[in-house]
Design a protein around this ligand. Structure first.
Ligand code: PLP
Length: 443
């Protein structure tokens, strides 16, 4: 039988209201909660709150619960490992699960060169490791990243991030020597050009202008880039973008670092999003979906690049045995069909959103790959004026109707359900999303 969201109380309900008040007293106010969901349990693509309301989750905990909430096989793998060994620290000792996961990731990563893996606990830690390894390997001090990029919030990762100024406010000085450049955001081309007539001016600008006028390429260690920009708005660059940019990088001995923290682990319908672009990056950062919800970050680098000496970098908890087992089971499930499901259901979702787009002028752009999908909201299609207020109101209206969504970029809504999502659940999402758009636009 088709499952539908069930909202039995005003939102937030009485138990949620009490907990939110307590949170206000004791929890850091730096978190950004868009709406008052207080989760109690989850199963598949569904989340129940503390008042017994049931929501269809198209956020999967910010693109983390790749196999769905509490996938029974992942839970079993966690339980089995938890009974045997909770922690030993890969920094000082060896243990099976870390070695086996490193082998698995090394073999899965795009390209035929040998790979090595460093483990941390989060996306930011994976990026931090990449920033350090880029310096260590090249002995160069400068780096390039993109406007709109999100790479994390620790000081190094934050220095690469250029998503929202609030994320950097009062934290300067950050890591020096990072230059941000425009991303290939074709819906709002920073050069006012149109693909393919633009001839990828955004890539050519790097060599013709940036390297000629501002930063000597032989001093650049790495280009950090999201294959598909995530927090920045789920922006899919043109098919040749990464190939051309990585070739420019290679020409000057600059490392190409793909931040796959959000786009990796099957989300885009391929194991890693860079596979859509035919590029084998020198380094790749992973986290989020890798362990279905357990904390784990990984930096996968070509073996001849990851040659730093003992003591150069490490983390007590990184690559914890329980997280590693959750990752092994997650990857098994991804390989057994979930990556394909992401491709199939993602196409179905995009189709459904494009149908809705015909009805609603405010849906300026529908874009994505696999289950990394976004709708950009505009006041009208001619001016493309960003409709940030409508975006936020639509997300809130969807929540009240039992659908969990998240924003991204200035005025986009992202759809990043678990990779186990079914077409029926997508139909339910589309129907609630359509009602939410109608409610906001006609009010
Ligand atoms: C592309 C990308 N890199 C890095 C990060 C940081 O990951 P974490 O929040 O696990 O530190 C994120 C988080 O959203 C991300 O999307």
């Amino acid at each position: 039988m088709k499952r539908l969201p069930k909202i039995n109380t005003p939102l937030p309900g009485p138990r949620a209201s009490k907990l939110i008040k307590l949170d206000g007293t004791y929890v850091s106010p730096s978190y950004t909660r868009g709406y008052p969901l207080v989760a109690k349990k989850g199963s598949g693509a569904w989340v129940e709150d503390v008042d017994g309301n049931s929501f269809l989750d198209f956020t999967s905990g910010i693109a983390v619960c790749a196999t769905g909430h509490c996938h029974p096989e992942v839970v079993k793998a966690i339980q089995r490992q938890a009974e045997k060994l909770l922690h030993m620290s890969g920094t000082d000792f060896y243990y099976t699960s870390q070695i086996e996961l490193a082998e698995k990731l090394a073999l899965l990563a795009p390209g035929n060169d040998g790979k090595r893996v460093y483990f941390g606990n989060s996306g930011a830690e994976a990026v931090e490791a990449a920033l350090k390894l880029a310096r260590w390997n090249t002995k160069r001090e400068l780096n390039i990243a993109f406007f709109g990029a999100f790479h994390g919030r620790t000081m190094g990762a934050l220095s690469l991030t250029a998503s929202k100024a609030i994320q950097k406010k009062h934290y300067n000085p950050l890591v020096p020597g990072i230059t941000h450049i425009p991303y290939a955001y074709c819906y709002r081309c920073p050069y006012n050009l149109e693909y393919p007539g633009c001839d990828l001016a955004c890539v050519k600008w790097v060599e013709d202008t940036l390297f000629r006028t501002t930063i000597p390429p032989e001093e650049v260690a790495a280009i950090f880039v999201e294959p598909i920009q995530g927090e920045g708005g789920y922006i899919v660059p043109p098919p040749e973008f990464h190939k051309e940019l990585s070739e420019t990088a290679r020409k000057y001995g600059i490392l190409y670092v793909a931040d796959e923290v959000q786009s990796g682990m099957g989300r885009t319908g391929k194991m890693f999003a860079m596979e859509h672009f035919g590029v084998d990056p020198d380094m790749m950062t992973l986290a989020k979906g890798i362990a279905s919800g357990l904390p784990l970050g990984a930096l996968v680098a070509k073996s001849d690049i990851m040659e730093w000496e003992a003591g150069s970098h490490a983390s007590t908890f990184g690559g914890n045995p329980v997280s590693c087992q959750a990752a092994m089971k997650t990857i098994e499930l991804l390989e057994q069909g979930l990556v394909d499901n992401a491709a199939t259901q993602g196409a179905y979702l995009i189709d459904g959103l494009k149908t809705l787009q015909k009805e609603w002028e405010c849906m300026g752009d529908v874009r994505g790959k696999g289950l990394m999908v976004a709708v950009e909201l505009v006041k009208d299609r001619e001016t493309k004026k960003p409709a940030r207020d409508w975006r936020n109101e639509i997300i809130t209206a969807a929540f009240r109707k039992g659908l969990l969504l998240l924003g991204c970029g200035e005025n986009s809504i992202r759809f990043c359900p678990a990779l186990i999502v079914s077409s029926q659940e997508i139909d339910t999402c589309l129907s609630i999303f359509g009602e939410a758009v109608k409610e906001v636009i006609e009010s």
